[in-house]
Design a protein around this ligand. Structure first.
Ligand code: GLV
Ligand code: GLV
Length: 324
């Protein structure tokens, strides 16, 4: 079987596969495979190990006549046209679960960094602006005892809620459906999106990217937030109308934003959002903890090997393909 790895992995992962499989791998670190080459390589591939930077659209599936499985090392799979994959009998594997705690940690770090103005404070020292301690110098917002609104109460949302409990935060959440387990175990209160926005000191967005969530945070939503509140996004940039967010941050609708994801990635240094002092901008590192990333690779390879044999995957995004 021909296996295509669109990202460079160390030999320790690849060597054990070489006896049985014909391996093709892109070897540039931290640079995606060029689209043309990707499409060309797809023509011969039985299985692909991928990540969120490769687009599996109709054009890609059209070229991939032998493809049995697309295995992404990510929980989100909005870069893959799931309907098209299912139509063509291609299984789509992903890696939920293993990145929950790391992503919740990063989400909480971003919340804290944003609320307490860490970016400006770090720059303050580095730029030699610190001349004296000041009574109200670089004062931010409280975290302990405030209200946290979680949009999207899935695995990661619940893991963030657990951390927030240690900070004695009041927990509100909004989700497609009620999560009674989260209500019982975490004391989270289900409410409408409008209510959550109006009441929360921190609004954390953790919804997947779907047609329903596209730009779900727009001008009307940011206007409903408190002027002292912070917005944190560690889900997908496409869930946010970035122009509306920019207005919210520059016109005082909200106090600040912590962002790990963007409408278009990578975001450049001169992007208006990145330039704002009240924005903490990170390069999509939610799950970037070394043990977590190893687990994601391990699980993605497991899904890949099951998929080329036509077996059911450990974690599949399109279980309906199995009925085919
Ligand atoms: C990262 O964003 C992921 O979906 O795993
Ligand atoms: C500040 O450092 C304080 O001692 O209150």
């Amino acid at each position: 079987m021909r296996l295509l790895f669109t990202r460079a992995l160390d030999p320790e992962w690849i060597e054990p596969l070489k006896d049985e499989h014909d391996i093709r791998m892109w070897t540039e670190e931290n640079i995606p495979m060029p689209r043309e080459l990707f499409l060309k390589e797809l023509e011969e591939a039985d299985g692909v190990f991928t990540n969120l930077t490769d687009r599996f659209d109709v054009e890609a599936f059209e070229r991939a006549k032998r493809l049995k499985v697309v295995s992404t090392m990510a929980v989100g799979y909005d870069n893959i046209d799931i309907k098209e994959a299912t139509k063509r009998g291609v299984s789509v594997g992903h890696t939920p679960g293993v990145l929950t705690e790391a992503t919740a940690d990063l989400t909480f770090a971003l919340l804290m960094a944003t609320g307490r103005r860490l970016r400006e404070s770090i720059d303050y020292v580095r730029n030699d602006q610190w001349k004296s301690w000041g009574p109200f110098m670089l004062t931010g917002q409280a975290i302990y005892g405030t209200t946290l609104g979680i949009i999207g109460m899935g695995r990661i949302g619940q893991a963030v809620a657990k951390r927030a409990k240690g900070f004695n935060m009041t927990l509100l959440y909004h989700n497609r459906s009620r999560n009674e387990q989260a209500e019982k175990e975490l004391g989270a209160t289900y409410c409408s999106l409008d209510h959550l926005l109006a009441r929360s000191d921190y609004v954390v967005l953790l919804a997947p990217s779907t047609d329903e969530t596209r730009k779900m945070m727009g001008p009307a939503q940011f206007q409903k937030m408190k002027s002292t509140a912070h917005f944190i996004n560690t889900s997908r940039g496409t869930n946010v109308d970035e122009q509306a967010l920019y207005r919210a941050l520059t016109e005082g609708w909200i106090a600040g934003a912590g962002l790990d994801v963007y409408e278009k990635e990578p975001i450049s240094a001169d992007h208006p959002l990145v330039q704002l002092p009240n924005v903490v901008a990170l390069p999509h590192i939610g799950s970037a903890e070394v043990g977590t990333r190893r687990e994601m690779v391990r699980l993605a390879i497991e899904n890949l090997l099951l998929g080329i044999k036509g077996k059911s995957l450990t974690h599949i995004a399109n279980p309906e393909v199995l009925e085919k």
